[in-house]
Write a protein that binds this ligand. Structure first.
Ligand code: SIN
Length: 284
């Protein structure tokens, strides 16, 4: 066949990453995302909760364009010397003159929703892998809708109308290490929330940030939170992502929690993140 010189567009394909959640996207040119591509991406992100787009390392402008397919982006809380655009949050263990250049530099990070301690937590997070260690530093995602659906009916009934206090000390990776200032932001959210576009319910508590179910006595609250976190973090609800440089991964922060595994601190890990904001507080 003679080469006509015309480029043939591949259809967007979504291949499930397992039974819990997530799909791998092929056929997407991240440097040139059409309105129709953005619509199909959004529809499948609602369905799979996590999308992984493998590819070459892209520019910050292109990462911002990708993130905007899912909503308006927030600026990073702290600007890094390794970022040019205000929307880019750098997550890295790289140190310059003894100072970290990014957030969440080292090691293991327990399961959390991003910004659950704020009145309106964000809608989605996007991570783009630039440099990764030889082993570890994987990011795990758990499907909180599936975790909710599979609770015993009696537990679902018990959770009706419950709310929880969520707190966070910036930079902490485990709840036991949290030390809160008097002015630290805190937020009360329903223990079960609904994702507006799908009407699906999801557990909305996590090990790192949820301190207390407000309607229950302390001991009962602790026991129920431990039971719910143990349930949600079980392997059948989890997709564990092992990074390859160039990967772009987007998660739905309304119905998935994520965590990071430990890695050798002598090896560099550099991720760039953009954060999709939300406009309404979570409701049951
Ligand atoms: C995050 O929680 O945004 C960071 C996850 C990671 O470093 O893999």
């Amino acid at each position: 066949m003679p080469d006509s010189g015309e480029e043939t567009e591949l259809p967007l394909t979504f291949t499930p990453l397992g039974t819990a959640l997530g799909a791998r996207v092929t056929g997407l040119d991240v440097t040139n995302i059409s309105t129709e591509d953005a619509r199909v991406l959004y529809e499948n992100w609602l369905k799979y909760h996590v999308l992984v787009v493998p590819g070459p390392i892209i520019s910050e402008d292109q990462l911002v364009d990708f993130g905007r397919c899912f909503g308006a982006l927030e600026n990073a809380r702290r600007q890094s010397v390794l970022a040019l655009r205000p929307e880019i949050m750098v997550i890295s263990n790289i140190r310059e003159n003894g100072e970290t250049v990014g957030a969440l530099p080292d090691g293991e990070l327990s399961f959390h929703f991003d910004r659950l301690h704020q009145k309106v937590p964000n809608k989605a997070g996007v991570l783009h892998a630039m440099e990764i260690p030889d082993a570890g530093g994987d990011t795990w995602f758990a499907n909180m809708s599936l975790a909710y659906d599979t609770l015993p009916e009696a537990t679902k009934a018990r959770l009706e109308g419950l709310t929880a206090l969520n707190t966070y000390e910036y930079g902490q990776t485990h709840s036991a290490n949290k030390k809160l200032d008097a002015d630290a932001p805190t937020a009360v959210h329903p223990v079960v929330r609904t994702v507006p576009e799908t009407g699906r319910k999801a557990l909305f508590i996590c090990r790192l940030m949820t301190d207390r179910i407000l309607e229950l006595p302390e001991a009962e609250s602790r026991a129920l939170l431990d039971e719910l976190c143990d349930h949600a973090e079980s392997q059948r609800f989890v997709y564990a992502h092992q990074w390859t440089p160039g990967d772009i991964l987007i998660w739905d922060n309304r119905c998935t929690i994520h965590a990071r595994t430990d890695f050798d601190g002598r090896q560099r890990r550099l991720m760039k993140r953009v954060t999709v904001g939300d406009d309404t507080p979570p409701v049951h």
